[in-house]
Design a protein around this ligand. Structure first.
Ligand code: GDP
Ligand code: MG
Length: 371
């Protein structure tokens, strides 16, 4: 931390160093004139002597950038599509449900592109868009949260009607609650002869998810991903929850969001699927995610179609990163490329320092003398 000598502190206040030493002594610190004292102690001493202290700290480029960012004003905000994640126990039908919704809601012109997998997609229901993010398991959800990223607005909890609440069901509930994300329960596989939706509801009451018909406030939808049953109703409920949540963002600012997934493509280089959460990402923007950076060379929507810009809640594939950014990493854009490179330099330095700390052998005095 910051320090200052007793002498320097006294000079700043235009008082005798002896007075500072005396004050320090009163506070229980014996100090000489050339002694360094920490910022907190100096502040207390100065305050006691009737001075105010302003501590100037050299801010790194990144902090400067974050602090320069203006807050959004209410009038700049527009409603954005809700971002939805599907969670639940293995084999309860998360992937099937994601696929069923996607296939049931794409227009014929898009149908060519949908065989390709990207970690997020959008559907339109009654003229309103919904973004689905396919988090690769709960681990990614946790990693994203650890980085401070809140990706999801709404969690769909999938539970197989023939199986009921399982350990990962409970985990999913905990994840959603920790992230303060509303839960919609989708009881799946109701086409199965041994489906028992009532049993699922009873089990969930133990976890405080109580259906409206029983006096609770949790929305339940009974679906079959296989038979494509009640999917429209599920989308309807998502839009209802979204209306209450009033999710908004400012499209007219530098883009910011989260890397959903990324990989190294043989032909195209690093390819990242990102979710834009605020602002608008454009081709040509200078983008940073972790220590990966670059100019956005091209963008594709989830159907593989090239787009020149992506607004709030839109997932896009981005080409142009210097390296593969990790899933869950936050990204943002900077207008000044030179400034952006300085931020990257700082990040590289910090990363190297951390690596050195990890690899530095721990040597004790004994080790040194016993060699
Ligand atoms: P995930 O592990 O949660 O992603 O589950 P999957 O989507 O891979 O589904 C697991 C199994 O359940 C697969 O064999 C699916 O075909 C089956 N399945 C999924 N949804 C339904 C459904 O609504 N009805 C029936 N009968 N089977 C389903
Ligand atoms: Mg799956």
């Amino acid at each position: 931390g910051e320090t200052i000598t007793v002498k320097a502190l006294a000079e700043r206040m235009c008082i005798n160093a002896g007075e500072v030493i005396k004050k320090l002594m009163e506070l229980g610190t014996l100090a000489t004139i050339n002694q360094e004292i920490d910022a907190d102690t100096a502040t207390i001493v100065a305050n006691e002597l009737g001075f105010e202290v302003n501590i100037k700290v050299e801010l790194d480029k990144e902090t400067q950038l974050m602090m320069a960012e203006p807050e959004d004003e209410e009038k700049d905000l527009i409603t954005r599509p809700p971002v939805v994640t599907i969670m639940g126990h293995v084999d309860h039908g998360k992937t099937s449900l994601l696929d069923a919704i996607r296939h049931a809601n794409v227009t014929a012109s898009e149908a060519g592109g949908i065989t390709q997998h990207i970690g997020a997609y959008q559907v339109e229901h009654k003229g309103k868009k919904i973004t689905f993010v396919d988090t690769p398991g709960h681990a990614a959800f946790t990693a994203m949260r650890a980085r401070g990223a809140k990706v999801t607005d709404i969690a769909i909890l999938v539970i197989a009607a023939d199986d009921g609440v399982m350990p990962q069901t409970v985990e999913a509930i905990n994840h959603a609650r920790a992230a303060k994300v509303p839960i919609i329960v989708a009881i799946n596989k109701i086409d199965k002869p041994d489906a028992n939706p009532e049993k699922v509801k009873r089990e969930l009451t133990e976890h405080n998810l109580i259906p409206e018909e029983w006096g609770g406030d949790t929305i339940f939808v009974e679906v079959s991903a296989k038979q494509k049953q009640n999917l429209g109703e599920l989308l309807e409920m998502i839009l209802l929850v979204a209306e209450i949540g009033e999710y908004k963002a400012n499209p007219n600012r530098a883009a910011r969001g989260t890397v959903i997934e990324a990989e190294l493509d043989k032909g195209r280089g690093p390819v990242a699927t990102v979710l834009v959460q605020t602002g608008t990402l454009k081709v040509g923007d200078f983008i940073i995610a972790g220590v990966a950076y670059g100019k956005v060379r091209a963008m594709m929507d989830y159907t593989g179609r090239r787009v020149s810009k992506a607004g709030p809640s839109m997932p896009v594939e981005v080409l142009g990163f210097s390296e593969v950014p990790p899933a869950g990493e936050l990204f943002y854009t900077v207008e000044d490329e030179k400034f952006g490179k300085q931020i990257i330099d700082e990040r590289f330095k910090k990363k190297r320092e951390e690596e050195l700390k990890l690899t530095a052998p721990k040597v004790s005095l004994e080790d040194l003398f016993n060699q």
